[in-house]
Design a protein around this ligand. Structure first.
Ligand code: GUN
Length: 282
């Protein structure tokens, strides 16, 4: 079994952006919005900040308590939308349940939506146009292509139907001419579907869910799980169980998480170029 090394490839992506940023007189800037102290969100944000610093991108942190209301958040987003020095805006999810996440995402200027969650950006992927696309989905497709893994005509099974990962990656794989099967916790006889997959992508957050019995011999396994349980980090895949059956696995950590951050940085650079009329985009 070979490793889909997201650490190695993400560093290549970041080094490329770092070289490009070095030549700019004004640096791209990413605004990061966080409400509360969700431990996973804090971990994600730390790695995003670290990558920004590595490539020489500026950051602006807007960390608030859970007292911050939906109205406050929309005011903040409107301010960031208007601020010409801010090129990208991310609002770390999940938001507290009293806030309407869709409404917040909708209010972000789609040209600064470097998470790629705005309906306009998602709509462009739907019709196969270039877009600021969701970073995890970009990271998955890009890592597969870095390892020359064919997608066209292959059967891909995706576990998880979230707006952040499952649905966008399904759309992007359809655009790459894959046969896509989408599953979730309501799926009946899930093994029957996972076993036919040439590529299995798991984004459920259930530790060690995927065992040898779920996969086809020589399948490519992409683990998007990132779950802390009793202080230990788990992916969705039980690596020990599948190691003699899979051809490739993306590890946790060092797989898709790193690719997600690299594509956030790449999207922010792209947003900067669009806003400065150096790149065309509709
Ligand atoms: N929460 C989990 N993943 C993500 C992500 O990629 N972006 C944002 N904003 N929140 C997340």
């Amino acid at each position: 079994m070979k490793i889909l090394d997201g650490s190695k490839y993400s560093k290549i992506i970041l080094d490329d952006i770092k070289q490009k940023i070095r030549k700019l007189s004004i640096k791209p800037k990413l605004a990061i919005v966080l409400l509360g102290k969700n431990p996973s969100s804090i971990t994600y944000i730390k790695s995003k900040e670290k990558a920004c610093k590595y490539v020489g991108m500026d950051i602006e942190k807007h960390f608030h308590t859970l007292e911050f209301t939906e109205k406050d958040l929309i005011e903040l987003i409107n301010k960031l939308n208007k601020d010409r020095s801010v090129n990208g805006i991310i609002v770390q999810l999940p938001l507290p349940s009293n806030i309407n996440t869709d409404n917040i995402i909708f209010n972000i200027d789609y040209k600064k939506d470097v998470d790629g969650f705005h309906p306009f950006n998602l709509g462009k992927i739907f019709v196969g146009l270039e877009s600021l696309a969701p970073c995890t989905a970009l990271g998955i497709v890009d890592l597969l292509s870095f390892y020359d893994i064919d997608i066209k005509g292959k059967t891909v099974c995706i576990l998880g139907k979230s707006n952040i990962v499952g649905k966008p990656v399904a759309l992007m794989l359809l655009n790459h001419k894959a046969n896509v099967i989408s599953c979730d916790k309501y799926t009946e006889d899930i093994i029957k579907l996972t076993q036919v997959a040439d590529i299995l992508i798991s984004a459920t957050g259930v530790p060690n869910l995927i065992k040898a019995k779920h996969i086809k011999k020589d399948a490519v396994i992409v683990d998007v799980g990132f779950t802390y349980k009793n202080g230990v980090l788990y992916g969705d895949v039980d690596e020990k169980s599948i190691k003699d059956k899979a051809s490739y696995i993306s590890p946790v950590p060092g797989g898709i998480g790193k690719m997600t951050v690299a594509h956030l940085i790449k999207n922010t650079y792209k947003a900067y170029m669009i806003q400065n009329n150096k790149k065309n985009f509709i």
